[in-house]
Design a protein around this ligand. Structure first.
Ligand code: ADP
Length: 307
């Protein structure tokens, strides 16, 4: 399969202020791609350019095999874009809102009626079709927005931080929907500042910060290459653990403690020996998979949450 999106050396400024300095990454067709970065990193700007809403200053962008500068109109017809801000008519029902958006996308009549039923089902709101949007929670409104972007059966859907500020139930619905969209062959580009979301949802990612891509590629490949392994220890009682000789001071994590190390097997052996010497009962002692948190830290020297 080819690439659904190719971005090369993309730059964009708002006035004199650069939002994207030099952005290069590509999104494989059929993947769920996570665009991860702190607030102000340039995620929305990238997504608006990909959706044809904002012209780039420099660089090459192709979406579904077409150059964005030459084929903006065709691209808009094949892409579903879910903006961060919610644009719905509060007094109208979910169905009437979707009728409005469907007609805007050129879907009409019986086909539109059928599609509205399908997309409401997909976002888990089929039973609320007739209710005014004003009675919906923030998360439900976001799901109507996503439904609107799916009406014209896009091959690529671009979602700008769809889980910010919503209830856990809506978040789960959105996650399930993304998984099922991907299964049906739709390419998903998804932005977030939550690393855990990318780890559980996406198979490819780019980390963006200050308008520049820090790293991009397959999730496992990035974790293997730039992440740090760690060893996790939980003791039977809440006692402070001994130090595994030669591996530094353990840091508290969840109900236990961790040490980061490129040699986890040796650290496990050293920690087990130290616990045994003090007759401490071990509840759990295991290797922890590298996380995007450690990738971000090793590449930037700061944590994503600090930004
Ligand atoms: P993100 O989506 O990662 O939070 P944005 O793409 O929204 O980042 O913003 C990137 C940078 O561009 C930020 O510094 C932001 O303040 C700036 N920016 C975004 N939109 C505008 C705008 N319309 N006018 C001026 N500056 C903007």
């Amino acid at each position: 399969m080819g690439d659904a999106i190719v971005i090369e050396r993309l730059a964009k400024s708002y006035g004199a202020k650069p939002a994207l300095k030099d952005v290069t990454f590509s999104v494989r067709e059929g993947s769920c791609f996570g665009l991860l970065g702190p607030n102000g990193a340039g995620k929305s700007t990238t997504m608006k350019i990909l959706s044809g809403l904002l012209p780039p200053d420099r660089g090459h962008v192709s979406v579904l095999g077409r150059d964005i500068r030459k084929s903006g109109e065709d691209i808009r017809r094949e892409v579903g874009y879910v903006p961060q801000s919610i644009t719905l008519y509060e007094k109208l029902s979910a169905r009437d809102n979707l009728t409005f958006f469907g007609e805007m996308y050129g879907v009409r009549g019986a086909e539109l009626k059928r599609r509205i039923g399908e997309v409401l089902e997909r976002v888990g709101l089929a039973d609320r079709a007739k209710d005014a949007v004003a009675s919906f929670s923030g998360g439900m409104k976001r799901r109507v927005n996503i439904a609107a972007a799916l009406l014209h059966r896009p091959k690529l859907i671009i979602m700008d931080e769809p889980t910010v500020g919503i209830d856990p139930q809506s978040r789960n619905h959105i996650f399930e929907m993304i998984r099922s969209l991907q299964k049906s062959g739709v390419t998903v580009l998804y932005s977030t500042h939550y690393m855990e979301e990318v780890e559980s949802l996406c198979d490819e990612l780019a980390i963006i910060d200050g308008g520049e891509v820090i790293v991009s590629g397959g999730l496992n490949e990035v974790l293997d290459r730039f992440g740090t392994q760690a060893v996790y220890l939980e003791l039977q009682d809440a006692a402070k653990p001994p130090e595994p000789a030669g591996f530094g001071k353990p840091e508290p994590k969840d109900k236990g403690w961790v040490v980061e190390t490129p040699s986890p097997l040796e650290a496990i052996a050293a920690w087990a020996a130290a616990c045994k010497a003090k007759s401490l009962k071990v509840k759990q002692l295991e290797i922890v998979r590298p996380s995007l948190e450690t990738v971000f830290l090793s590449l930037t020297g700061t944590t994503l949450r600090d930004n």
